[in-house]
Write a new protein. Structure first.
Lengths: 125, 125
DNA sequence: AAAGACTGGTCTATCTTGTAGACCAATGGA
DNA sequence: TCCATTGGTCTACAAGATAGACCAGTCTTT
């Protein structure tokens, strides 16, 4: 929006919220966290749980969540290999806010769908 | 992940959470909602507030949020044109969950950055 | 014994999404 | 007169996501 402004201002840490939301709000992270909130899971198990995530995105998402300290990765020297993903304390502490969010989503999903349909109708006139 | 499965299962409304998060968790929506939570704003004002959003994405995000019933759009027949965006009741009801989320982000941002730095260090070995 | 499926990923080619920047038409200010 | 402002849209390009092949070793089924 303001190309000159970014040069003027030092943009190290915009605001915590931005930084966190950028990572969390990426289509898959919340889903992965919610799934791992239910139980520790292995890679393919998680893939089946979320179902329509590609292996690559699952891999990337897990790696980022691990980097950010939300989850931990345990590799077992077995054959076939076993890799388990578990929420860390930080990850678990996020379940509260996430639960409130999903609860809101659950309660208001109907209203959103309704609004969406009305908008479609209005558009088609 | 499971290409065959999507044919078997009717995928009308996966789950409310998925549906809502897909819309909300898109880089900009939460930012726009948070900004409009502070006060009603006009298009360019909002653009300046968020600063690094492109006009196109701002436009699209606003349109989607309006469609989903989070915000309302008021056009004033003035010159230069004036368009104001305001949260609806639904939008305002979302501020609670959003606030809890941003509060968590605020409190845990430090831990996340720390974890991120450690990960970078471990990687460079 | 051979074929297939499972493990946890990575790689590449393609498709979709996002961004930057030009552009619009009318008006106010310097 | 020249530039900024209003709320956008359009287009060309860059970045991100996806599908699908592939790997090497083991276990199960036929």
């Amino acid at each position: 929006m303001n190309p000159e402004k970014t040069e003027e201002i030092e943009f190290d840490q915009p605001c915590p919220i931005r930084d966190v939301l950028d990572r969390i709000g990426d289509q898959w992270s919340l889903l992965v966290l919610e799934a791992l909130g239910r139980k520790t899971m292995r890679f393919n198990e998680l893939g089946r749980e979320i179902d329509d995530i590609s292996r690559q995105m699952l891999s990337r998402t897990l790696r980022r969540l691990e980097e950010d300290g939300f989850i931990s990765r345990a590799i077992f020297a077995e054959v076939p290999p076993r890799v388990e993903y578990t929420l860390t304390a930080l990850g678990r502490s996020f379940l509260g806010p996430l639960h409130i969010l999903t609860q809101w989503a659950d309660e208001n999903h109907g209203a959103i769908c309704k609004s969406r349909k009305l908008a479609r109708l209005a558009q088609s006139d």
